[in-house]
Ligand binder design. Structure first.
Ligand code: ZN
Length: 333
C-alpha cells in the first residue's frame, strides 16, 4: 500500500465531540477554535508521489490557517492571494514555495470549524491518504479542539450573485441564510452518468455525508496526466479509478460518491477565503480552476459588501477586533 496512514483506530471518525462549556459570555461556537495538541500523519502526494510528513500544531487566535514548508520553514497563508494553480488540484504558493493538493485537508478544517492552525510539511504536496477528507477529520478529532479567548469574525455573507464559467461548466454563489452547495455532475460515462446532490453544511453532515467521498480519475487520462507530472502517486489505494465501462477498485462508498467528492472540493476551495462564507453555491461540472475564479471574485467584492453594512463587522481592514470579555477568556481555557 502506497499510503502510510495514521493508526487504524484514528481512521474511524467520531461524531461526538465536546467543546469546553463557557458559563457566561459567548457560546463556544462564537469563540475561535484551534486544536488541543500537535498531531502527525504521513503519506505520499497524489500528484508528486513524494513522501511527506504533515504535523498539525495549535495556533493562536486570529492567525488563521498557515502552512510552513520545508527546512527553511517558508510560510504560505491560506488566503485567496496564495492561489497559484487549479490544474487537477488546488496549489498554493508564496515566498518561493508551492504546496499541491490542499483541498481535501482544508475541507476537513472548514468542515470541523477549526479557525487557527499551523501546518508543517516537509514536502511539496499534502499526503493523499485515501483520497478523501476522512483521515484528516480523524486526525483533527485526535488532536482535540480548543476554544480560544477571542470571538470569531462573523461569516462572510454573500449579498449578490456571482457566476463564473460557461454554458457547460460553471459555478455560482447567491445570497442564502446558510452555506448550501448544490452540485450537478453530468459525465458521459456509464459508471458516473448524471449525479446531483444538495447539502446545507453542518459539521455532522460534513463528517457523515461528504468527508469520506474519494477523489477519482479515469484510467484513459492517466498516461497523459503522468506525462504532465501529475497523478504520480495515484493508485487504487487513494482514488476511485474509472475504467472504460466500470470502476476498477471494488465498491463505492456512496452510490453518488463522485458528486459528493465534487462538493467536498468546493468546500476546500472556499476555505481559501480564510473565513466561513454564507451563500448558496450552485455548480455544474466545475473544477478547481472555476472554484478559484469564484473565490477570487468573492474576495474582491467582500470589502464592498461589508463596508456597505450599517453595523460594520469585525474585520482587520476595518481595524476592529472583538475580544471575549476577560471572565469568558478564563473560562474558555
Ligand atoms: Zn478532490
Amino acid at each position: 500500500m502506497l499510503t502510510r496512514s495514521v493508526s487504524e483506530g484514528m481512521l474511524a471518525p467520531r461524531l461526538l465531540f465536546l467543546t469546553p462549556r463557557v458559563a457566561e459570555g459567548p457560546s463556544p461556537m462564537e469563540l475561535q477554535h484551534s486544536i488541543g495538541k500537535s498531531v502527525v500523519c504521513e503519506g505520499v502526494g497524489l500528484h508528486t508521489g513524494a513522501a511527506v510528513t504533515m504535523t498539525l500544531h495549535p495556533a493562536p487566535a486570529d492567525r488563521g490557517v498557515m502552512f510552513r514548508v520545508g527546512a527553511e520553514r517558508r510560510r504560505v497563508p491560506v488566503r485567496p492571494e496564495s492561489l497559484v494553480n487549479g490544474h487537477y488540484a488546488t496549489t498554493l504558493g508564496r515566498n518561493g514555495v508551492q504546496i499541491q493538493t490542499v483541498e481535501h485537508f482544508l475541507a476537513a478544517v472548514r468542515g470541523l470549524a477549526i479557525d487557527n492552525l499551523l501546518v508543517e510539511l516537509d514536502g511539496p504536496e499534502l499526503p493523499a491518504m485515501d483520497g478523501s477528507a476522512a483521515p484528516f477529520v480523524a486526525l483533527l478529532y485526535a488532536a482535540g479542539r480548543a476554544a480560544q479567548p477571542a470571538r470569531r469574525r462573523p461569516a462572510l455573507s454573500v449579498v449578490e450573485t456571482i457566476r463564473v464559467g460557461d454554458e457547460a461548466r460553471w459555478v455560482q454563489i447567491s445570497p442564502s441564510p446558510d452555506l448550501r452547495i448544490s452540485y450537478t455532475l453530468d459525465l458521459d460515462h456509464p459508471a458516473v452518468g448524471v449525479q446531483a446532490a444538495s447539502i446545507v453544511l453542518t459539521e455532522e453532515r460534513f463528517v457523515r455525508e461528504l468527508a469520506s467521498a474519494r477523489t477519482y480519475g479515469f484510467l484513459k487520462d492517466l498516461e497523459l496526466l503522468r506525462q504532465q507530472g501529475l497523478a504520480l502517486g495515484g493508485s487504487l489505494e487513494n482514488a476511485v479509478v474509472v475504467g472504460q465501462e466500470r470502476i476498477l477498485n471494488g465498491t463505492l462508498r456512496f452510490r453518488d460518491e463522485f458528486v459528493r467528492h465534487k462538493i467536498l472540493d468546493v468546500i476546500g476551495d472556499l476555505a481559501l477565503l480564510g473565513r466561513p462564507v454564507v451563500g448558496h453555491v450552485v455548480a455544474r461540472n466545475a473544477g478547481h480552476a472555476l472554484n478559484h475564479q469564484l473565490v477570487r471574485e468573492i474576495a474582491r467584492r467582500a470589502y464592498r459588501w461589508e463596508a456597505n453594512l450599517d453595523h460594520a463587522p469585525s474585520h482587520p481592514r476595518l481595524g476592529r477586533r472583538q475580544e471575549a470579555p476577560a471572565r469568558s477568556r478564563a473560562a474558555a481555557r
